[in-house]
Design a protein around this ligand. Structure first.
Ligand code: ZN
Length: 291
């Protein structure tokens, strides 16, 4: 079965909830980048949250999340859109940190100092850019802070990835709970109790919970309504033309030097590791099209 997100409302329409199973999506990222477990957890959590933030967009809107911490994983970058397509990469996929109890230490990989930056492409050259400082580097808490601070939407974010001993992804998923205007103290109290006791998202997914069941768990005995369901997947739409346009933009002089010295260019897509080769003839054509 494919990965998907559900969007639900509950608590008299005063609370909106997103929940996602992203196990296959994070597995694709693991395979494309040969992620070691803590890198799978860090990129996976960002892909989980990114996919749900993508589901909050409309039409052809898209967003980019950049997490720039001072840890050895380097930059974490995730692109997502309203069609359920998500992709990403990390600076260094081959790092390893775990707590003495065996749990993956995402915070040491990401770093505790730095920022989360979100760039939303709302179309027609309209961009929304905002950033907040990292709080813990564990990412769930950091995204919770991002929503409250940057989007003025009190939220609770849960995200997690379970990695097997052979680096395969056993479970990845999460939820975002958001208070809508008019949410009462009574609702907030109920949700705080749920958030304090709910199982970690990755545990729920590994126990076989569907996104709908996660919503049910969050709503406890409250009624809820599933508003929409969105399939998600790891998708990179790169192609040779896009890379050619990028190369043209580096300019005639630099391209001519490469032609002279190397005679070809090989580029690699950061998101999917697809390689694009430009031979001498193609390089000459790029030069004739550049300034
Ligand atoms: Zn690609």
């Amino acid at each position: 079965m494919t990965d998907y997100i559900v969007r639900a409302i509950s608590f008299d329409n005063k609370v909106r909830i997103f929940a996602v199973n992203a196990t296959k999506t994070v597995q694709s990222a693991q395979e494309k980048h040969d992620l070691w477990p803590v890198a799978s957890a860090a990129l996976g959590r960002t892909l989980v949250v990114g996919s749900m933030m993508g589901a909050m967009l409309k039409g052809d809107e898209a967003l980019t999340i950049r997490i720039k911490g001072d840890g050895p994983i380097g930059e974490i970058l995730v692109d997502a859109n309203a069609h359920g397509e998500v992709k990403g990469y990390v600076g260094n996929p081959h790092i390893h940190f775990q707590y003495p109890n065996g749990k993956l230490d995402v915070s040491s990989a990401v770093g505790k100092n730095g920022e989360i930056q979100v760039i939303k492409d709302l179309g027609m050259k309209d961009f929304f850019i905002s950033s907040v400082d990292l709080i813990s580097g564990e990412l769930g808490e950091d995204f919770t802070y991002y929503f409250s601070k940057s989007e003025q939407t009190p939220s609770a974010v849960g995200c997690g990835v379970f990695v097997d001993t052979d680096n395969k992804i056993l479970a990845a998923g999460g939820f975002i709970i958001q208070l809508m205007p008019g949410a009462t103290d009574e609702i907030i109290d109920k949700l705080e109790k749920v958030i304090a006791t709910i199982k970690p998202a990755s545990q729920m997914i590994s126990e076989g919970y569907s996104p709908e069941t996660i919503v049910k768990e969050i709503c406890n005995d409250e009624d809820f309504e599933i508003i929409s369901t969105l399939p998600i997947d790891y998708v990179c739409r790169c192609n040779k033309d896009k890379f050619a346009r990028g190369l043209i933009s580096i300019g005639k002089q630099e391209l001519s030097e490469i032609l002279e010295e190397v005679g070809m260019i090989e580029t690699t897509c950061h998101f999917c590791n697809e390689k694009y080769h430009f031979n001498r003839e193609e390089l000459e054509e790029l030069i004739s099209n550049s300034r």
